[in-house]
Design a protein around this ligand. Structure first.
Ligand SMILES: Cc1ncc(COP(=O)(O)O)c(C=O)c1O
Length: 413
């Protein structure tokens, strides 16, 4: 028996649910790429991206996935043989480093602490010992989508400053932009990389760089520059130069609409919605972890990301649980990925176009699957999640207006 007919929920950490408004904005004929409304849309998208990134620097849009944004960041600011330092905390920073190695960079990986965020003190020590400033860039992710960790980017910046080091700070915000606070300029980030398919709520296919002045200066001497990724070429006067060719129009229509949605909601509200829904998920997972079968991958509660939660299955294969959610109930949750978590974890994504019924529905399906498959879990996770969210929303309503939302009475929890 299946109970999946109806709207299916995608709860993988990218691509995420594309809002109907974005789909509708993309559902239209192509337009001229040399003149007319597309030129304004490009400008809106670049301005909007700068706002979301928190930078007065430059923004660049590539027809590419996140790997493209990685390559653009590296090739515009580095030369073959340059040393870079990659801060391990899961899968993605190290994979970015792998790409750098292929480009001819000398890659040093600072080993991470097991199931923890980057250790800023260890970074400071390492950079202090690099008295000749041989390290040209430090690469990190804000959120690692595999491990579910969030790094403290201001602390990483402070460590670099305390060490008096000149390396560029490059931050991958692919799994965090639009889900957690990110302030490129005030945090001192030199290059931010981002992608379209997660918090920005549009299909995969656009990649972004946010670039500060120090990184732009490095572009002048970078030896790895290629025409397609080149920031400078894309600063040229013609519209086609912004894309080094035909503009990815329909994705831009989508981005223009998704940015409008983010600004209508208000960026701080978007971030707070993610925090509340993430905490709702964590409340349920914490209850489930009272059994013997599950545990949070990230051991420090304060280091768990607000866009994705990675749950380890202890001594059991999570595949039947994942399959039950999808095949029987119509909810697709993420598999564990990377050498450590492949085949031994699942991930619940809570980023982008998500609201309370989606998150509570997804949690309910996971709990249903655990009950049906007799996974040894603590009971009452969904109930605890509902109570958490109810109380948090009650407190928020009282904070902002001194009363509950119009016409509502809060249930007695
Ligand atoms: C944090 C992070 N960085 C980079 C990537 C790579 O992006 P893409 O798969 O779009 O190339 C991903 C993909 O999930 C990611 O989560």
């Amino acid at each position: 028996m299946r109970v999946r007919n109806g709207r299916e929920f995608l709860s993988i950490p990218g691509p995420t649910t594309v809002p109907d408004r974005v789909l509708a904005a993309m559902h239209r004929p192509a337009v001229d790429i040399y003149d007319g409304e597309l030129l304004n849309i490009t400008q809106n998208c670049l301005d909007g991206l700068r706002t979301v990134l928190g930078t007065a620097g430059n923004a660049y849009i590539y027809a590419a996935n996140g790997h493209g944004a990685w390559e653009a960041a590296l090739t515009n600011s580095l030369s073959a043989g340059d040393r870079i330092l990659v801060l391990e905390c899961g899968l993605f920073a190290v994979t970015w480093g792998g790409m750098a190695e292929v480009l001819g960079l000398e890659v040093e990986v600072m080993p991470g602490r097991p199931r923890r965020a980057v250790d800023a003190d260890a970074l400071e020590q390492r950079l202090r010992s690099d008295t000749s400033n041989s390290i040209k860039a430090v690469l990190t992710v804000q959120i690692d989508t595999a491990s579910g960790v969030v790094n403290d980017i201001p602390a990483i910046r402070r460590a670099m400053d305390m060490a008096g080091h000149e390396a560029l700070l490059m931050v991958d915000t692919i799994a965090s932009l639009g889900s957690m606070p990110f302030e490129m300029d005030s945090w001192g980030v030199d290059v931010a990389v981002a992608g379209s398919q997660k918090g920005l709520m549009i299909p995969p296919g656009l990649a972004f760089n946010g670039v500060g002045s120090k990184a732009r200066d490095r572009r002048r001497t970078a030896g790895l520059v290629t025409r397609y990724w080149d920031w400078e070429f894309r600063d040229g006067p013609e519209h086609y130069m912004k894309y080094c060719g035909t503009a990815p129009e329909h994705l831009l229509f989508g981005l223009d609409e998704s940015l409008r949605m983010l600004f209508e909601e208000g960026l701080s509200n978007v971030i707070e919605r993610h925090r509340l829904l993430a905490e709702t998920v964590r409340t349920a997972v914490a209850r489930w972890c009272r059994g013997d079968a599950l545990e949070f991958n990230i051991t420090e509660p304060g280091e768990r990301a607000n866009s994705v939660t990675t749950v380890r299955a202890i001594g059991t294969d999570p595949a039947p649980l994942i399959a039950f959610c999808r095949e029987v109930c119509g909810v697709t949750i993420g598999i564990g990925i990377g050498p450590e978590l492949s085949g031994s974890a699942f991930r619940i994504a809570h980023m982008g176009h998500v609201n309370a019924p989606m998150v509570l529905g997804i949690l309910s399906v996971v709990e249903t699957a655990m009950a049906a498959l007799k996974v040894d879990h603590g009971e009452g996770g969904v109930d605890a999640a509902i109570r958490f969210l109810g109380k948090a929303l009650e407190a928020a309503a009282q904070d902002t207006s001194g009363s509950l939302l119009p016409g509502q009475r809060c249930c007695d929890t």
